[in-house]
Design a binder for this molecule. Structure first.
Ligand code: IMP
Length: 424
């Protein structure tokens, strides 16, 4: 198996960073294909902890080439900061990191519009990370975006910025009654970004085509999760990119046939950050325990995550949308102390049983989970390295998930370090 796409199969924060890090041992390239600095991938190497927002997790391993592909919305300020942090920790970045000239740039006004939109209407609030993601993708679709490649030619860039900023300032002034932004200030900031980022800029679809041609092993790293996907998620409580498998194709320029395997990452339970329906959300006492054990706080915003039981209706849908070949189950050890564990098998909607995820969020909001309760194993799994050595009840729990999701489990993670990984 050469090229793998790894996607989140829930609402993000499934622990993809750890699985990507594990898989990079057998990869040559790691590629981010969508999202932006809203993501936070945590990787632990020995006593060290790395949190990456835009740079692919592969950067930690010295042999990997990392690509930020065209589907990403790039925050230049954050990227410069991230590069600086890695360099301080003696990670080689130059010559190993390439940024697509077709990636759209998150401009200062995108962050401002993200904040203003969230403040404007409490009822319509999405609970975004306020990183400017939605406004940047909106401009991309409206053909008002600025791309990394636009930085190359300064006179052309100046003209483009002027046009776009004029349009943005009209909205700021007349819709939001907010002070307008200064062209000179933004231009100055952009010229500084240009200087720092030019050396990393490449035609990444071409770079990846060359890699495919040379039979390099490419790992495509999804951010967020399937149900935050703008097409397949719980719209409108979603992010603004395709975080399911389709984004890996449009977001890199690789062909469908160049992908050989799709792995979905799921937590042994479920979490969600921000607003939106969450049928299996736990009652407060249990939620607090699981949040504590699982350290369920956002890697980007520090917000406490909502916690719930494993939802097989949701993950079965993710298996289909992504065409999953296998799943990686993370954080099994977080459930070690429970006497009983619930698994949602179907939903009840006005007396009807639903086996499949409803397509409309208003229906989902009214769905009640139907749980199967299984016995907990009530012992520590965090030092176990083989499936057969797991407690029988933990093995049974995993087999139930596998059956309900209709997809084989390939990897089980029982802790944050590389060694705490079981391969089936
Ligand atoms: P945005 O991507 O900042 O526009 O946020 C839209 C929704 O996606 C909000 O509910 C966020 O909490 C959620 N979201 C965005 N990125 C992540 C992530 O990396 N993990 C979990 N949730 C996320």
């Amino acid at each position: 198996m050469a090229n793998i796409v790894l996607v989140g199969a829930q609402w993000g924060d499934e622990g993809k960073g750890k699985i990507i890090d594990f898989l990079t041992e057998k990869s040559d390239y790691v590629v981010r294909f969508q999202g932006g600095s809203n993501a936070g991938h945590t990787v632990r190497v020995g006593a060290e902890r790395f949190v990456l927002h835009q740079i692919p997790s592969g950067i930690i391993r010295n042999h990997i080439i990392c690509v930020i592909a065209n589907g990403v919305v790039l925050d230049p300020e954050e990227l410069i900061h991230e590069i600086g942090n890695l360099k301080k920790r003696k990670i080689r970045v130059d010559g190993r990191l390439f940024v697509s000239d077709q990636a759209h740039v998150i401009m200062p006004y995108h962050k401002l519009f993200d904040r203003l939109a969230e403040q404007e209407n409490e009822k319509r609030k999405i609970g975004t990370t306020q990183r400017g993601i939605g406004p940047c993708y909106a401009d991309k679709a409206a053909r008002l975006g600025i791309r990394v490649g636009d930085f190359l030619d300064i006179p052309v860039f100046k003209q483009r910025l002027k046009q776009v900023l004029d349009a943005k300032n009209k909205v700021l002034k007349f819709i939001y009654r907010h002070p307008t932004l200064s062209y000179t200030d933004i231009l100055k900031r952009c010229l500084a970004y240009r200087k720092r980022l030019l050396g990393y800029t490449r035609n990444t679809p071409q770079l990846l085509h060359d890699a495919v041609h040379k039979r390099k092993r490419i790992l495509l790293e999804g951010a967020q999760g399937t149900f935050l996907d703008v097409d397949h998620g719980t719209y409108p409580y979603v992010t603004s990119s395709n975080s399911s498998v389709g984004g890996a194709i449009t977001g890199t320029g690789m062909g469908l046939r160049d992908v050989h395997k799709v792995i979905g990452v799921v937590k042994a339970y479920t979490t969600r950050v921000g607003e939106g329906p969450f049928p299996t959300e736990m009652e407060p006492a249990m939620l607090r325990k699981v949040r504590d054990w699982g350290e369920e706080f956002g890697a980007t915003t520090g917000r406490p995550r909502r916690c719930g039981w494993f939802d097989a209706v949701l993950t079965r849908q993710a298996a289909r949308v992504n065409g999953l070949d296998s799943i990686a189950v993370t954080k099994l050890d977080v459930l070690d102390n429970l006497k009983e564990i619930k698994i949602c098998t179907t939903y009840k909607y006005h007396g009807r049983t639903l086996r499949d995820l409803p397509s409309h969020v208003e229906v989902l909001k009214q769905c009640r989970p139907v749980f199967r309760t299984v016995k907990g194993w009530h012992s520590s799994t965090s030092q176990i390295t083989k499936f057969r050595d797991l407690p029988k009840l933990a093995q049974q729990y995993l087999r139930v998930l596998e059956k309900l999701v209709e997809t084989p489990i390939e990897i089980v993670s029982v802790g944050s370090s590389r060694s705490q990984t079981i391969v089936l």
